[in-house]
Design a protein around this ligand. Structure first.
Ligand SMILES: [Zn+2]
Length: 249
């Protein structure tokens, strides 16, 4: 073979090899693999449905309630869940019909890690106290599951504020950790559902205001005692918003 032809054949072989490697890599790193790592839905879900798959869906769309509301995670697909699914679909440019089907699940699979946390947040970020989640006001399992819901709300907030990073400065605290940092004796940090957010991509007030739309019943921020350097969010049972410098009350 002439030298030029040899070079051409070699180049073609290299291109083919690169293509093979490329497709193999995307097959293993794609969203489907991540979905299998956490949870996979096996049926479409619409208003009237109930079951664990509804519970799993509710956790992931809990950052899309009506303003001031909190999505109840109870496995019952009611009107509030339908409205939240619709808002989630709108937020990601999907057909917004309030029924969770293949396209909605695909988006959730893209957004979740194998441990079920959303891609932009990790359990370790929500817990700089003790890694086994014990010693708080609820069981370790409950604290961790509360933190998971909070992370999905933060993921919704991150997206609605333009996909810029949010900086979590404190999450779950055991009683010992809470005492150490001088937290309130009844702090929601003891329950695992609280997150303190530091200023960064967004001001404290921007986050305090947006938290109103993301399923946080508790919002404390600038102007509230001890909260001029962070915005605190949680999902306590009844609404308490107080960030006077931001007009949030
Ligand atoms: Zn806090």
């Amino acid at each position: 073979m002439p030298r030029r032809t040899v070079r051409t054949v070699l180049a073609l072989v290299m291109v083919a090899a690169a293509l093979l490697v490329g497709s193999a890599a995307s097959a293993t790193a794609g969203p489907a693999a991540a979905a299998d790592g956490c949870y996979t839905w096996t049926r479409d879900l619409a208003q009237g449905a109930s079951g664990d798959d509804v519970t799993q869906l509710q956790v992931r769309i809990s950052g899309y309630p009506a303003s001031g509301e909190v999505i109840t995670v109870d496995g019952q697909f009611g009107p509030a869940t339908k409205a939240a699914v619709t808002r989630f679909q709108q937020a990601y440019g999907l057909t917004a019909n309030g029924t969770a089907g293949a396209a909605t699940y695909q988006k959730i699979y893209e957004l979740q890690d194998d441990d079920c946390s959303p891609v932009h947040f990790d359990f370790s970020e929500l817990n700089n106290c003790n890694s086994d989640w014990s010693g708080g006001a609820v069981s370790a399992a409950q604290a961790k599951s509360n933190a998971l819901r909070t992370m999905w709300k933060l993921e919704a907030m991150r997206h609605s504020l333009g996909d810029q990073p949010l900086r979590v400065t404190s999450g779950f605290r055991s009683k010992a950790c809470n005492d150490q940092v001088g937290g309130a004796p009844s702090s929601r940090h003891l329950y695992g559902d609280a997150a303190d957010l530091g200023a960064g991509s967004h001001s404290l007030c921007t986050m305090a205001k947006e938290a109103r739309n993301r399923g946080f019943h508790g919002i404390l921020g600038p102007g509230y005692p001890g909260h001029d350097d962070h915005t605190h969010v949680d999902h306590r049972s009844s609404k308490y918003w107080d960030a006077p410098d931001c007009g949030v009350s």
